[in-house]
Ligand binder design. Structure first.
Ligand code: DX5
Ligand code: ZN
Length: 218
């Protein structure tokens, strides 16, 4: 199923509550919340207290993307804040299996992400437990970067592996998704599309999201 997950990184942080409501009204399927710690990535965004505050502003699933060191330590905070799917990085320094197990034991869905230089095979041992694999299509840390089309073989490879094993795992792409790149990623096998800049900078977010859904139906 195709899902569009607007990244609130590009939203107006001074009016997060109304930005979330606006995205829900515009047809978003999930809300992508980028958590950066200034250590795993060179930028700082927000933490669990903010996620908890904005939880009441939307009924959409919270798709929380942890770009932090030692994600295991912070899973309980993000669970209690009301996350629905928690995605962390294979490159982070926590035990991957233990972190996934903690997310699942907390009744949440687990996602695992790879940065551009990390082979996608890093997620294969955990596919049975994952709801989502996130293939980064930019170096994590900032919005508004250009889509890396050379990540598409990774998307295709993990799609084949998921299908081969008969699993139901979403493939998310994040970074540089716009009206031109979304169909490239969809053709490669992605079905969940994060988009920050292209949605929040558009004059008509509702039209943009609807257009994305059409363009992703390949
Ligand atoms: C980057 C973040 C992305 C970012 C995408 O590290 O993980 O979610 O918001 O922004 P755009 O769509 O503008 O590339
Ligand atoms: Zn993200």
């Amino acid at each position: 199923m195709i899902k569009i997950s607007p990244s609130i990184l590009s939203s107006d942080y001074g009016n997060l509550s109304s930005e979330l409501k606006r995205m829900e009204a515009c047809g978003a399927d999930m809300l992508h919340i980028d958590v950066m710690d200034g250590h795993f990535v060179p930028n700082i965004t927000l933490g669990a207290p903010i996620v908890k505050c904005i939880r009441k502003s939307s009924t959409l699933p919270f798709d929380v993307h942890l770009m932090i060191s030692d994600p295991y330590k912070y899973i309980p905070d993000f669970v209690n804040a009301g996350s629905d799917i928690i995605t962390f990085h294979a490159e982070a320094d926590s035990d991957i299996e233990k972190t996934i197990d903690l997310i699942l034991a907390s009744g949440k869905k687990a996602g695992l992400s790879v940065k551009p230089k990390t082979p996608v095979e890093a997620v294969y041992p955990y596919l049975d437990k994952l709801s989502m694999v996130l293939v980064m299509t930019v170096e994590p840390g900032f919005g508004g970067q250009s889509f890396m089309e050379d990540m598409m073989p990774k998307v295709s490879a993990v799609r084949s592996e998921i299908d081969r094993r008969g699993l139901d795992v979403d493939i998310q792409v994040d970074g540089g998704i716009n009206k031109d790149t979304i169909s490239i990623a969809a053709k490669a096998g992605a079905n969940v599309f994060v988009s920050g800049n292209a949605i929040f900078s558009s004059d008509n977010a509702e039209k943009t999201i609807a257009d994305f859904k059409v363009r992703a139906s390949v």
